[in-house]
Every structure is written in C-alpha cells, then in structure tokens.
Design a protein around this ligand. Structure first.
Ligand SMILES: [Zn+2]
Length: 205
C-alpha cells in the first residue's frame, strides 16, 4: 500500500539539497524507501539544482588544473557502492533495545546529531497508551511497521508525520501488531507520565 502522509515540499527540497540534519534526513529516507511519488519529487529537485550549477558562468582554469582533471579522467573508475538489500529497519545502526514498560521499547539510533536532539525507534504494542507529550521543537516520524491513529488520522507503514512545537497529542496504536516508528526529535520533549519520561530518557545516546 502506498503511503498516505508525505513530507512537505519544503522538507523534500531540503532533503534533496542535503540541508537536513542527519537524523531528520534518515526519517525522510525511511519514507522515500516506500514512496515512489516523493522519490520522483526529490529527483526533480536534484536535477533542478544540477541544472542551476551547469548554468553558472565558466571560470578560467589554470593549465595545471586542466592537467589534473585529465589525469583524474584516466584513472580507473571506482567500483560502484554495494547496495545493501536488507530492509531499512535492519540497516539502522541501533543501540540495544530498552524496555520502558510491558509492550514498549525504545532503541537509540547511532547517528550523528546535535546533543539536544534524539534519533530513535519506538515500538508500542497494541493496547498500550503512548506518552502524551508536548514538543519543544520539530519532530519527524516515519512508521516502519504497524499503525497508529491521532487527531490527524491513521498512520501506517511508510507514512510520514511531522510535528511542530506546542503540539500536544497522544497517538494510539491500532491493529494487531506493534507499531514501530523512527523518530528524530529536536530539543527536549515535555513528556507527561512515567512511561513518557522513561522513553525519552532511554532515547538519550
Ligand atoms: Zn511520499
């Protein structure tokens, strides 16, 4: 099934330009794996920026530079990078899972990020309440397996959600399998209740 919730055009353009912080780019990448429509959009942004570069005025190259370029062209091409065929979730550099409550675990993703940011997987079993929380900054989320529902609708595998500061919401897991989501969160969340506070403490690498 194709994802129903997508990143905004601004987010896709920032992704194409490499302007997103790595954790946030990772969450968008998780959506792109499942969404041909957004991949096409990102390709278009990349092509447009390539054309912009091609129309820049030519600069005078010194004769040394030309020699260096010719020498590089004669070097054998490096082998193409190996494609990793494992599912996205298995390619994530995860820290060990930490159980927060029965049916709820969190695993930090070992990726570069600002000290106050968090990049993590959160798995919540059906019937478990998630933490009601408020945001102190932006949050990106892509559902990897399972589904949840909140005020904005149903989010299932591949769906992307972003939340801005001051949003106070409590998603609910629906269906029969645990809902596993990849999160990148900027700044501190103001989590309410013990489960929320433990989950966000454990997401700290
Ligand atoms: Zn999409």
């Amino acid at each position: 099934m194709n994802p129903r919730h997508h990143p905004s055009a601004d987010v896709l353009a920032a992704y194409a330009a490499g302007a997103l912080a790595p954790g946030f780019g990772l969450v968008v990448g998780a959506h792109l794996e499942r969404c041909a429509q957004c991949r096409k959009q990102v390709d278009a942004y990349e092509a447009a920026s390539g054309e912009a570069l091609a129309t820049l005025p030519a600069v005078d190259l010194s004769s040394d530079a030309l020699t260096a370029v010719m020498a590089r062209l004669q070097e054998p091409a490096p082998p193409p990078p190996q494609q990793d065929a494992r599912p996205f979730i298995e390619r994530l550099p995860l820290k060990p899972r930490r159980w927060v409550a029965p049916g709820v675990w969190v695993a930090a993703v070992d990726t570069p990020h600002a000290p106050q940011d968090r990049v993590y997987l959160l798995s919540v079993a059906p019937g478990m309440p998630t933490a009601r929380h408020e945001h102190a900054g932006a949050e990106f989320c892509t559902v990897l397996t399972g589904a949840y529902q909140d005020e904005l609708g149903v989010f299932s595998a591949g769906d992307f959600a972003s939340a801005e500061r001051d949003l106070n919401h409590q998603p609910r897991v629906i269906g029969s399998e645990p809902c596993v989501c990849l999160f990148a969160t900027e700044g501190r969340l103001k989590a309410h209740g013990l489960i929320g506070r433990l989950a966000f403490a454990f997401a700290d690498v």
